[in-house]
Ligand binder design. Structure first.
Ligand code: ZN
Length: 668
């Protein structure tokens, strides 16, 4: 459960087995469903029916199938036998993986790896020692209630400054502490049982452990009150509070900020973005007022919670039960090899990614994707030039921003050096610790320096893509640049409908409700006239209301304001990809293939990316925490706004897939 940075990411899509390189596999369709009633079902029903969710997964769809295929490839890399000439990175990933799959050694160690920390916590006598303990845990990152990170300065996005980020909550989101529906109450009950069992495994008597778990939940509930909601956090202005160390010490005097910065080797003179000042004040109040014994209980909990999935089977089983079963609906643990490939990717991702691209990413893919990106960029320029609702000044700024988009395709131009990470084939926990601490050190070493634009925040085998507002850059890892997203031999309709829509989505983030607040250089700086901004907000609001109105089934609903940016990326991106497809056709009529016109194949390829099955638990978790809408609605809600789709399938007003024209949302 290690801390991961929050990015403006594209989340998982879906992928079916490729039905051949140049066509639509009819067995994936549900021909009994009319395309104008439910296009997602029409395009994917066959696939959905023949691909139930395997027990170890909460979601099974196009994205997961592809990600699991990549994981098999990574497995063959990490399991490669040592031979003459084995490279240092090959040796390191193989050793790390070997230490992780050595469950006999891990089980034999039990809770021992945590003992040094538990002993230190046990010895804390007063508030001064408590603060010293918290400072000593800073290099771990994920345990303390606040943690020091690096971040771009939103006023000068080419510089890296210090961040004080909010942490410390063990449930998936602050609202989980307060919602009083049956499902949320059940999750809190299960959380108490989870806490009780893990603390019992540390040797606490069961009665004590139960009351300790209650103490933990109460303590975190008090902290959660001062946390921003996930909707509030979407607005970059709500998470940008730049101050100097003196000011930070003034709002939270109980913590030893100087000591923490010194330990982390971070300069005191660099500006600090306190992401959530109210939360930092609440932590400060707890440092001054909560009993030291409460803090000690909570710290024991945080350590065992953080590392439960890296310890022996009894710990792992409890972790699985709460995190994967209760919260996500998976009914079986993943095979150990699968867990260990993922952990190796998280800890040594650039060594592993380098070996992955050598084998699995043909250089011509990079060139072809670059062409697609440039064709989409030219098409969006054309759209912006014709957006007659924009005043000339705003239009010029929008075009400047577009021209500055900085694409990264396949893999980074330079790789991290992991030579400081000490890997011991026989000691998984020590290897993991070394990697956690070194990855933190690398992150913190960025502070006070210019942004290094060559660095990536996703590993190359990842099936995903992202836009970074402070860099105004779009990134497409090698992992997603394969069928059914991209196939160099496929008809243009399929490539534009699939990877073209992904590229368009990421470009769309530059102009979504939040991304549009950043200028061409990545600074949080308004480039809109008031009048144009007001018109833009109406367009964004259309998407918010559309998602607020959707019944997602099983009593579930989207929060429109949470998903607006991603839904705008989808709508803007697909509209853009469609226009770029026609630009590539250059007036030529595409042939009918497999009985489908070019436009029909384009929309089928788009929908195919979102084929998936999902447990109800996982859908609920997504809707509560994830800014991405559920896949079915990323397909249907997007297409309901597009006359181009409705023409392609002869849908008429009154059909479910057609929103009345006066309610259709349009961006550019
Ligand atoms: Zn996105």
């Amino acid at each position: 459960m290690r801390h991961v940075p929050v990015l403006l990411l594209l989340a998982a899509l879906c992928l079916a087995q490729s039905g051949g390189h140049d066509g639509i596999d009819r067995s994936n369709l549900d021909s009994s469903c009319k395309p104008c009633d439910d296009f997602w079902r029409y395009a994917n029903g066959g696939w959905v029916d023949k691909n139930p969710i395997p027990a170890a997964f909460p979601v099974w769809g196009t994205f997961t199938v592809l990600a699991e295929g990549n994981r098999e490839r990574l497995k063959s890399i990490v399991e490669k036998p040592k031979a003459k000439g084995t490279s240092a990175e090959q040796q390191k990933v193989s050793d790390f993986y070997a230490s992780c799959v050595n469950t006999a050694a891990i089980d034999g160690a039990g809770a021992k790896p945590l003992q040094p920390w538990l002993d230190k916590i046990g010895a804390i006598k007063d508030r001064r020692e408590l603060v010293a303990m918290l400072v000593s845990l800073e290099p771990q990152g994920g345990i303390t209630p606040t943690h020091i990170d690096s971040t771009a300065d939103l006023d000068h996005a080419d510089r890296v400054i210090t961040a004080v980020a909010a942490g410390g909550l063990s449930l998936p989101d602050r609202d989980y502490y307060f919602r009083d529906d049956e499902s949320s109450k059940k999750i809190r009950d299960e959380f108490l049982k989870f806490g009780t069992r893990l603390l019992t495994l540390l040797g606490d008597p069961a009665d004590n452990a139960a009351s300790e778990a209650k103490t933990v939940l109460d303590f975190e509930t008090a902290l959660a009150k001062s946390r921003l909601t996930n909707v509030e956090l979407r607005d970059p202005r709500n998470r940008f509070h730049k101050m100097d160390l003196a000011k930070l010490e003034q709002i939270a005097p109980a913590y030893d900020w100087k000591g923490a910065l010194k330990l982390l080797n971070v300069s005191e003179s660099v500006a600090i973005n306190v992401v959530q000042p109210e939360f930092v004040k609440a932590v400060n109040a707890q440092l001054e007022q909560a009993p030291v014994e409460t803090w000690k209980t909570w710290l024991r909990w945080r350590i065992v919670n953080e590392y439960a999935d890296d310890l022996s089977k009894p710990f792992y089983d409890e972790w699985f039960h709460f995190r994967r079963n209760v919260l996500n609906g998976a009914t079986q643990p993943l095979p150990r090899w699968n867990v260990c490939v993922s952990t190796t990717d998280r800890m040594l991702g650039e060594d592993l990614g380098r070996l992955y691209v050598e084998k699995h990413f043909p250089p011509e893919a990079q060139r072809r994707i670059k062409e697609l990106v440039e064709n989409l960029r030219a098409t969006l320029k054309d759209q912006l030039e014709h957006a007659d609702w924009l005043e000339p000044q705003t239009r010029a700024n929008a075009i400047k921003k577009l021209q500055s988009f900085d694409p990264h395709i396949g893999f980074p131009e330079k790789w991290h050096d992991y030579s400081r990470i000490r890997v011991n084939r026989n000691d998984y926990f020590a290897s993991l610790e070394s990697a956690v601490v070194e990855n933190r050190r690398v992150d913190l070493a960025r502070i006070g320096k210019p942004v290094d634009r060559t660095e990536w925040s996703m590993t190359t085998p990842t099936v995903n893509a992202y836009y970074t507002s402070t860099r105004n850059s779009i990134t497409f890892p090698a992992g997603i640049l394969q069928p059914p997203f991209f196939d160099k031999d496929a008809d243009d309709a399929l490539n534009y409908g699939a990877i073209g829509a992904v590229i368009g989505h990421e470009m769309g983030h530059g102009f979504d409700d939040q991304g549009s607040k950043f200028d061409a250089s990545g600074n949080l700086s308004n480039w809109w006239t008031d009048q144009d901004r007001a018109k833009f907000e109406v367009r964004a609001g259309c998407v918010t209301s559309q998602f607020d109105s959707i019944d997602a089934g099983n009593g579930l609903r989207h929060k429109g304001k949470l998903v607006t940016g991603e839904a705008m990326g989808d709508l803007g991106g697909l509209t853009l990809a469609y226009k770029a497809y026609h630009r590539a056709l250059n007036g030529k009529e595409p042939p009918v293939i497999d009985g489908f016109t070019g436009d029909q194949r384009f929309f089928l390829a788009f929908a195919r990316v979102w084929a998936n099955n999902q447990t109800v638990e996982s859908a609920r978790l997504r809707l509560n925490t994830d800014p991405h809408p559920l896949p079915k609605f990323r397909t249907n809600a997007t297409l309901q706004n597009m006359p181009e789709f409705q023409r392609a399938f002869s849908c008429k007003l009154g059909d479910s897939m057609v929103r009345p024209p006066d309610q259709q949302c349009h961006l550019w």
